[in-house]
Design a protein around this ligand. Structure first.
Ligand SMILES: O=C(O)c1ccccc1NCC(=O)[C@H](O)[C@H](O)COP(=O)(O)O
Length: 220
């Protein structure tokens, strides 16, 4: 099985270079000040310049308005925009049309009922990212290092590419892939030694474990 791997919340050259060296496919840059992984536009621009041509660049925002999205597109020039807030399907369609680049919509998952919105988002997004639903008192909607019940995705066919996210690490990614057969995985906390502080060895271990697990799975 061919697997795409995203390392999210990269905020330093060391972390970015570790993701590239490990063979990850996508680098996630978080533009959301409450996050310990937040990068401002200048830092995002510099990291994107370092990444371009070596790894796909995903710019991640939460309920950003057009002005901020315009700045992100102009400064970071991402390959993908990841919308990780409460953006409606209509907002996703509008962002995609206005900024002319692929949009990955993050959908929070805690129970089967959370998957009822999948068709509406699958109709407008280029890709979906299934992440663990954040607790009500959380200071951010993602990057919390908590998984959800992967069996909820066991028989799901959203009809477009999707990414599994939420609490993954080198120790559990094989089980997550065996249960979900996800074509892509995403990790942030599981490759850190502290919130926002990426560990190159953990990045390498995660990519290795994910690649080995994918190779062992039957072709779809
Ligand atoms: O990573 C963050 O701090 C973050 C903040 C606000 C919105 C989204 C955020 N991360 C989104 C991601 O794509 C994470 O990689 C995903 O939530 C998984 O995180 P983790 O469970 O820590 O691996």
């Amino acid at each position: 099985m061919t697997l795409e791997i995203k390392i999210c919340g990269l905020s330093t050259a060391v972390g970015l270079d570790a993701a590239i060296t490990a063979g990850a496919d996508l680098a996630g840059l978080v533009v959301f000040p409450p996050s310990p992984r937040h990068v401002d536009l200048a830092a995002g621009r510099a990291l994107a310049a370092r990444a371009r041509g070596r790894i796909a660049i995903v710019a991640l925002t939460v309920d950003a308005d057009d002005a901020l999205l315009g700045d992100i597109v102009a400064e970071i020039v991402p390959d993908i925009l990841q919308l990780h807030g409460r953006e409606s399907p209509a907002r996703v369609a509008a962002v995609r049309a206005r900024f002319g680049r692929p949009v990955m919509k993050a959908l929070p998952v805690a129970t089967a009922a959370d998957l009822a919105v999948v068709p509406a988002y699958a109709a407008v997004a280029d890709r979906l990212l299934f992440d663990a639903k954040a607790p009500k008192d959380a200071t951010r909607p993602g990057g919390l290092g908590q998984p959800f019940d992967w069996h909820l995705l066991e028989r799901l066919d959203p009809g477009l590419a999707f990414m599994l996210s939420g609490g993954l690490d080198a120790a559990n990614v094989a089980e997550a892939l065996r249960i979900t057969a996800a074509p892509a995985v995403d990790v942030s906390s599981g490759v850190e030694q502290a919130p926002g502080d990426k560990n190159p060895d953990k990045i390498a271990a995660f990519v290795r474990a994910a690649r080995e697990a994918a190779a062992a799975l039957p072709l779809p």
